[in-house]
Design a protein around this ligand. Structure first.
Ligand code: PMP
Length: 418
């Protein structure tokens, strides 16, 4: 059994510092250890009525208890899914379809800065005849509650918002979003994929109707997530024709016991180490920002400076393309935009919705810090990013324009680029 995460990381990634924890995290060795008996020795199907089935069911129940405890839900309000994408889909599409059928509500609201998995659901709902509103956010990435109040109407059924934005780390004002919505009888779903196990979350206190989370963002296995739903909404999310004994009729098929055990263990570890991780990650964020801004001008941290999860730093290096920086800084693994959209050379839809000027948005990268990140890795990142930026700025026409005091947008527009 490998006991040190540093050993795992150094075996897998040689001299490259992994700073992409928002994309995925390595499995904590304690999670792997907890999972390992559940494929060979304890292999029963939790739907079976015999001893093997009962032992497997006990393990799934124990994992569910760990998860419901972290978010303060009831036992039957937590359903295992294949990940947050599936949980988002159930919470948005199934809920909207049920609301339309039951009460004629057909208006769905979400934010223009959402993860692609929710934006895809919004597109689908639109094609199915729903009215869909994508709300713009302010330059700090926060939703303006007055703007929200101005778009709701009597047919609005559901609002879905990202608790911690995966590209910027911006934390929305969940409590007041729920308040505005519930005053108008609108249900609320939080995509808490980047929040669960990282910042305190209490579904009862926040009065959330639905919440999604994922195992692989909290040092658990890939291919598992959860949907929390308020028990009073169970009829909205039930699968037609599903066996009601399996995941309370919300999901079909054989429950992946090892993955559930892994998610449960990862959740318990995340819960017990939450404040220690936050302290560690906050210190590293500050070290990173101070190290870079101390050596370079025209660095922007995108997103609210007060409402953010410290593990996600969206930083713009004006005068350089984000992708060019990534190619230069070969000894760090970071991302430009989110992993799901970063193969496209377009401005991040998140930064665009925040009305970040195009040249600043284009020069952004996401550095995400995790519990295994070390000071040495942050120092390596500072060195690599400063060197890359200086090199790229030396040959950048955009940087020359900025240095001359002209507006990049004006020059580009005059030359017909925009
Ligand atoms: N929502 C957000 C905010 C995410 O960051 C991600 C993962 N990139 C997802 C949803 C999808 O999660 P999963 O990989 O578990 O489907």
């Amino acid at each position: 059994m490998v006991t040190s995460m540093q050993q795992i990381l150094s075996c897998q990634m040689s001299d490259i510092a992994y700073l992409d924890y928002a994309a995925t995290t390595p499995c904590d060795p304690r999670v792997l250890e907890a999972m390992s008996p559940y494929s060979c020795n304890i292999f029963g199907n939790p739907n079976s009525m015999h001893h093997f089935g009962m032992v497997a069911l006990d393990a799934v129940d124990a994992a569910r208890i760990k998860i419901k405890t972290l978010v303060n839900a009831d036992f039957e309000e937590v359903v295992f899914t294949s990940g947050a994408t599936e949980a988002n889909k159930i919470a948005t599409i199934r809920t909207m379809k049920s609301l339309t059928r039951i009460s004629g509500k057909q208006h769905f609201i979400t934010l223009a800065t959402e993860h692609k998995s929710v934006l895809d659901c919004a597109d689908y709902l639109k094609r199915e005849g729903c009215e869909v509103t994508l709300l713009e956010v302010g330059p700090d990435g926060l939703l303006d509650l007055n703007r929200l109040s101005s778009v709701v109407n009597d047919t609005t059924g559901l609002l879905s918002f990202c608790f911690v934005n995966n590209e910027t780390g911006v934390i929305q004002d969940a409590k007041n979003i729920v308040k505005v919505c519930h005053e108008r009888g609108i249900l609320v779903h939080a995509d808490a994929t980047q929040a669960f196990g990282k910042i305190p979350l209490n579904v009862k206190e926040l009065d959330l109707d639905f919440l999604s989370a994922s195992g692989h963002k909290i040092y658990g296995p890939k291919g598992i997530g959860i949907l929390y739903y308020k028990s009073m909404h169970s009829r909205l999310v039930r699968t037609p024709g599903a066996n009601r004994d399996v995941e309370f009729g919300i999901r079909s098929g054989t429950v992946p016991v090892p993955l559930c055990v892994g998610m449960g263990e990862a959740t318990e570890i995340a819960s017990s180490e939450l404040s220690q991780n936050l302290t560690h990650i906050t210190a590293l964020r500050e070290r990173l920002i101070a190290g870079i801004t101390g050596q370079l001008d025209e660095i922007y941290i995108n997103g609210s400076s007060t409402h953010n999860y410290p593990g996600i730093v969206n930083m713009s290096f004006r005068g350089c393309e984000g992708e060019a920086i990534m190619m230069e800084a070969k000894h760090i693994a970071v991302s430009s935009g989110s992993a799901c959209t970063s193969n496209k050379l377009t401005i991040s839809h998140v930064l665009a919705a925040m009305q970040i000027p195009a040249d600043i948005a284009q020069s952004s990268i996401r550095i995400s810090i995790g519990k295994f990140t070390t000071e040495a890795e942050i120092d390596l990142a500072i060195d690599e990013l400063v060197t890359a930026t200086k090199k790229l700025r030396a040959i950048s026409p955009v940087w020359d324009i900025i240095q001359s005091g002209s507006s990049v947008d004006d020059v580009f527009r005059r030359q017909g680029f925009r």
